[in-house]
Design a protein. Structure first.
Length: 286
């Protein structure tokens, strides 16, 4: 699906409802990561019904263990695509007998994309279509292009308008450890480098900022990434790859010693029968 307005052109693949391209028309600049499989073959997967890894790749619900891979299954599913007009489209994924075998809930996941002026907005709607409560997590994972080589990559920076100190949850084999580490920002700014991600993603909580700015020290153009209502935030890039993932999450990986039920999982969302859950993020090309 292609969306276009005066400022931007967006391309979304119904497989995973994944944003594949976002081009600034005035400069023909591609804002998204290329998806080079040598480094990481995705560009903006949705993380549903789990964010991150589960302990032993399983979870427990109703006295039964269910297998589940990292980040859930929605990113590997074909969505039904419905284009409403030149500037907006919607993608729908519904539970099936196959999903029910590994995720015993009836749901409808809608992901919509809308262009308005210089901004692309991505909205998530989860509906519990059953008559019993539903438990899930959901996260975004868009990867934005950041230069062409190591020298250029190190000229990028992330600005947090309302934060001076970041609280990082350290990871052990993809799981949340018992330890956090403070990261002091300089003028509310984090310099981008390959070294930032040597030990996997930066997993943040308690952010005060509701937007993060991705900018280049020698360029006037920049990106504003807006989000609200996400208690966790991930920042990540593959080793030596020129992109930055900005990832608002409702949910997080299991803790290293977690052996409880799905209802007890850290960060899990609970949705009552027939209720709907909404979250969104937006990127503005300045």
């Amino acid at each position: 699906m292609v969306l276009e307005n005066e400022f931007l052109i967006a391309q979304i693949n119904p497989f995973g409802a994944e944003l594949k391209s976002l081009v600034r028309k005035d400069s023909n600049e591609e804002l998204m990561w290329s998806g080079d499989p040598v480094f990481w073959g995705k560009t903006s997967p949705v993380l549903f019904p789990f964010v991150g890894s589960l302990n032993q790749n399983t979870y427990q619900f109703n006295n039964k263990n269910f297998p589940m891979g990292r980040h859930g299954f929605a990113r590997e599913k074909e969505f039904e695509a419905v284009q409403h007009n030149n500037c907006s489209g919607e993608f729908i994924l519904k539970s099936t007998e196959d999903t029910f075998e590994i995720y015993p809930f009836h749901f409808e996941l809608k992901i919509s994309y809308t262009l308005e002026n210089e901004t692309l907005t991505c909205c998530y709607q989860v509906e519990n279509t059953a008559d019993f409560p539903m438990y899930f997590s959901l996260g975004a994972h868009p990867a934005f292009a950041a230069g062409t080589d190591s020298e250029d990559y190190h000229k990028y920076k992330l600005q947090f308008p309302s934060d001076e100190l970041l609280e990082i949850h350290l990871l052990e084999a993809g799981l949340i450890s018992k330890y956090t580490s403070p990261l002091q920002l300089k003028d509310k700014t984090l310099a981008v480098s390959y070294q930032l991600f040597e030990n996997d993603a930066l997993v943040l909580s308690n952010l005060k900022s509701d937007k993060i700015i991705l900018a280049h020290t020698e360029k006037t153009n920049y990106l504003e990434f807006h989000f609200e209502g996400f208690p966790y935030f991930g920042i990540w890039a593959a080793k030596n790859a020129n992109f930055i993932c900005l990832e608002p999450w409702c949910g997080v990986a299991d803790e290293v010693d977690f052996v409880g039920t799905l209802e007890e999982k850290r960060g899990i969302e609970r949705l009552q029968p027939k209720e709907k859950w909404l979250r969104s993020w937006a990127v503005r090309a300045k």
